[in-house]
Ligand binder design. Sequence first.
Ligand code: ADP
Ligand code: MG
Length: 238
Amino acid sequence: MATVSLKNLVKKYGQLEVVHSINLEVKDREFIALVGPSGCGKSTSLRMIAGLEDISGGEIHIGDRVVNDLPPRQRNISMVFQSYALYPHMTVAENMGFSLKIAGKSQAEIDAAVAEAARTLSLEALLERRPSQLSGGQRQRVAMGRAIVRNPDVFLFDEPLSNLDAKLRMQMRTEIKKLHSKVQSTVIYVTHDQVEAMTLSDRIVIMRDGHIEQVGTPEEVFQRPRTRFVAGFIGSPT
Ligand code: ADP
Ligand code: MG
């Protein structure tokens, strides 16, 4: 069970507190969108869940484990960023298999996992290409492929589509939805795009200045915004 619970989670950079004791329960296989203005603490929160950033207080539970002190590799999480950060000198297949190689898997296991991920994301024809020979959308699909080969319990996305043009963003939204229904993992998806959040997620978390303003289904936050800020944020076009 890959529930994710944040309990009084705090982040300070020196004296500056940027995440103020947030509480959130993400259900197993739920798709949660985390939205809010630039600088409100979305990436910091995600990076703490991934283990890429130390926490300053509180607890992070994944399933039945408290993961506060576990290194990223032991959290069974995959993270997809806005910048694809593919290795330019490796093929698509090598990029996708790299984390498994590091983890000491056999070549046969790696090949099988890469083939399956490639099927899921329709990347079969691109496996021998290098990143420079791919379009932006294809690179982002490879980045997702690299994330799913590890068969994570939890996927973290940090504005994965914000470098893509509008048309491609629409296509990729569909891909991400398909991916979620196929791999059945829990997803926390950071975006500053309200429409993306509304169309993709089971529930939306609206953050502001390091705290959570409201959590609810797209319908709830749209129809019953708890604060003026939520109303303005959800209602306003990007
Ligand atoms: P978001 O992803 O919502 O745009 P971030 O989580 O990146 O916001 O940042 C939240 C706040 O923390 C911002 O005020 C940002 O300037 C600050 N911050 C982020 N990373 C650091 C850092 N390494 N050192 C100091 N302050 C940081
Ligand atoms: Mg960010």
